[in-house]
Ligand binder design. Sequence first.
Ligand SMILES: *Cc1c(COP(=O)(O)O)cnc(C)c1O
Length: 409
Amino acid sequence: MKNYQEINAPLRTIMTPGPVEVDPRVLRVMSTPILGQFDPAFTKIMNETMDMLRGVFQTENQWAFPIDGTSRSGIESLLSSVIEPGDKVLIPIFGRFGHLLTEIAERNRAEIHTIECEWGRVFNQDEIIEAVKRVKPKVLAVVHGETSTGCMQPLDQVGPACRELDVLCIVDAVATIGGTPVKVDEWQLDAVIGGTQKCLSVPSGMSPITYNERIEKVLNSRKKVERGIATAEDNLESGPTIQSNYFDLSQLQDYWGPRRLNHHTEATSMLYALREGVRIVLEEGLETRFDRHKKHEKALMSGIKAMGLELFNDFEWKLPMVACVKIPEGIDGDSVRNMLLEQFGIEIASSFGPLHGKIWRIGTMGYSCRKENVLFVLSALEAVLIRHGVKLNHAEGLQAALDEYESVK
Ligand SMILES: *Cc1c(COP(=O)(O)O)cnc(C)c1O
């Protein structure tokens, strides 16, 4: 048999919209020994993680815990637990991840209603509220930070309007949690899904979610405890109505809650990682962390513009942690990305659908969002573009970024 070597991953500078670099503290904690899932030492870790997640989500909700799986597992758990076949679901689409919400809602046999706007724009909140009034859905499912287009949809008025109209507002904040304010309680969002591999800077493989008692009421109305573990207090008359067992939030909350009813085996090492990741976020402080993301965003944008490149998302609705750079006319975007990786060990991203081949996406998320990374990506991008024959304002990009850093002490 072939002799396979131990993994020896090259050191990269990851400037994509996820997965991003992970704080060494998180990597360290992942090598902590395994604990049994009902060991009090482990359930304490579960409870502490829930408590810290409430802080990150800025909520008083009882329920805030991770779903095991990548970020879409959080989306899928909420949509499949809340949507019953034939329920009306309204989805405003302004990029790839709006389509993902639509697909997941479709698979749960919802009656889908969508409104769409051009990629690169977001909706005026009134447009969404108007659509909610017209469609009268059970659920509004909407993306907060659209990483595919680098745009951020304001939701501070959408949430309260949904509350007033008795519509459940479910938000994909996978890209924004831990990088820019996501005010779950203040914006009256009923359920919010976060991601680990973006601004929380934890490896991909978990999705922290939170939801309030309006969602819990729906879950309880559909609740069925697994027959093999149910006790006398559980109603077993008919089978479960939530299609998915893995994503059944009514069962998952009995696992995370005081009953501790067995469901899946919690992903031990990932939970260690998430706990350390959110501990770092709260230690830094939410406001400080949001300001840090803004500071490096500003330096990166100044550098890109001073170099003579154009931004696709230079709008007031720009997603602070993703800069979308227009690929200059006649340049092969993938060839530039390959050279960045091969010569500098830097990774930036392309985009999807209508924007494929038109923009590069440079992320400044979480632990990757640091001064040395921003300066490195600017200098490398300049060198690689010159190699590709692009005429640039020589060395101006770095100077502009340095000016930006020097102006904010
Ligand atoms: C990254 C991302 C997702 C999907 O995350 P996976 O971890 O790949 O499942 C969903 N929504 C948004 C807005 C994202 O940026």
